[in-house]
Design a protein around this ligand. Structure first.
Ligand code: ADE
Length: 376
């Protein structure tokens, strides 16, 4: 409606010395940046890999995965020739597995269509699988010194505090406005270092809960720091509640083997491995499900049910339990037993479990099983 300010409108004037802001930030970064492997050797391949891993993931968590990965796939050509299952295995535990599949697809495109180089053009870059605005700007600025601002969760926190912006960061228009601000602040002579410095300030100084404003190089420029009300920023409205999905997983195991299944090639956790499982309807009990599904009678006293586990995905909250059945799968389940269209079912010796890319939720079940089985 004309005349009425949009809830998402941000009209922010930068009323401080931007040159002083930039130089304070870069000096601090020079002295205090963490020595990270992708920072010491700055070629685009290490930046590509690290930025894929750092999407939705903190540096400390990504670091061991990065080291394993770069040791096995030190360059784009090696990665482009990799097998998807090997990549997923290296990624297992890090979550958001579509990143791993997209990284591999991007590597193949770079090798086949770009002669194993990285395109310098933003519009080409954002067409690559798994590379959105944020990752494109990060790679192009850090590896190629293109003057593009990076706005991730850390930078959003820094910017909303610097300018005391209380608009809802769940709203894309707000993020676009913050990107505009970041562009104005960006040091075009060193855009890569500037962007990394902003992210680093967010990670080390302008922390979510206990920001250390007293040693912040940006304190003199920061409205929330000076107002001592950093806790009001950023503002994020409550999430839409996640759908609960109930699942029953089967651990078919004698004393040496375990049945694992490979999920469908599309959808949640595509191509990852897990204990074969079925979905429970809202009110359905495990006992009810077992009666319906088993070829033979409900497994006798030969089974144990795990405690309830929970795992959170971006839109789904998974509530799941496992049933351990000390018998061969053929005794109980018909081939079309599984609601999921599994690509494969294999009976795997315990010693080989770690060769399979098993997603985190079910790795917890397997660990529960391996830990408790000797007590039975
Ligand atoms: N998060 C994403 N990319 C990053 C980087 N290059 N440095 C620090 N944190 C990051």
């Amino acid at each position: 409606m004309p005349g009425i300010a949009d809830k998402t409108d941000i009209t922010v004037e930068i009323n401080f010395d931007v040159a002083a802001f930039r130089s304070g930030l870069l000096e601090w970064f020079d002295k205090n940046a963490r020595r990270l492997p992708w920072r010491s050797e700055k070629n685009w391949y290490v930046v590509l890999l690290s930025e894929f891993m750092l999407q939705q993931t903190q540096v400390e968590q990504a670091l061991p995965y990065y080291k394993k990965f770069i040791a096995q796939y030190p360059d784009i050509n090696k990665l482009a020739r990799a097998d998807e299952q090997d990549i997923l295995r290296l990624w297992a535990g890090l979550g958001y597995y579509s990143r791993a599949r997209n990284l591999l697809k991007t590597a193949k495109i770079l090798k086949d269509q770009y002669n194993s180089r990285f395109p310098g053009d933003y519009n080409q870059v954002i067409k690559l699988p798994g590379i959105g605005k944020y990752t494109a700007s990060a790679i192009l600025s850090i590896a190629f010194q293109k003057p593009l601002p990076v706005v991730d969760g850390n930078v959003i926190r820094v910017l909303t505090r610097l300018f005391a912006i209380d608009k809802d960061i769940r709203n894309n228009k707000v993020i676009n406005s913050l990107t505009g601000l970041a562009q104005q602040l960006l040091d075009n002579r060193q855009p890569g270092n500037h962007n990394e410095a902003m992210m680093e300030i967010g990670a080390l100084i302008c922390k979510v809960k206990n920001p250390v404003c007293n040693i912040c190089p940006l304190f003199d420029f920061c409205a929330a720091g000076k107002g001592n009300n950093w806790y009001n920023f950023p503002f994020k409205s409550s999430p839409v509640s996640k759908r609960i999905l109930r699942e029953l997983a089967y651990i078919f195991s004698d004393n040496n083997h375990l049945v694992l299944a490979q999920r469908p090639a599309k959808g949640l956790l595509a191509s990852m491995w897990e204990c074969p499982s079925v979905i429970l309807a809202d009110e359905e009990t495990i006992e009810g499900k077992l009666k319906k599904l088993f070829l033979a009678d409900t497994p006798d006293d030969n089974y144990v049910i795990s405690p309830l586990f929970r795992h959170s995905y971006s839109h789904i909250l998974l509530h799941y339990q496992a049933i351990h059945i000390n018998s061969a799968i053929e005794n109980y389940c018909s081939k079309d037993h599984w609601q999921r269209d599994y690509q494969k079912l294999e009976n795997i010796p315990f010693g080989e479990i770690s060769n399979y890319p098993i997603h985190t939720a079910h790795m917890k079940l397997i660990n529960w099983f391996l830990k408790t089985k000797s007590q039975r």
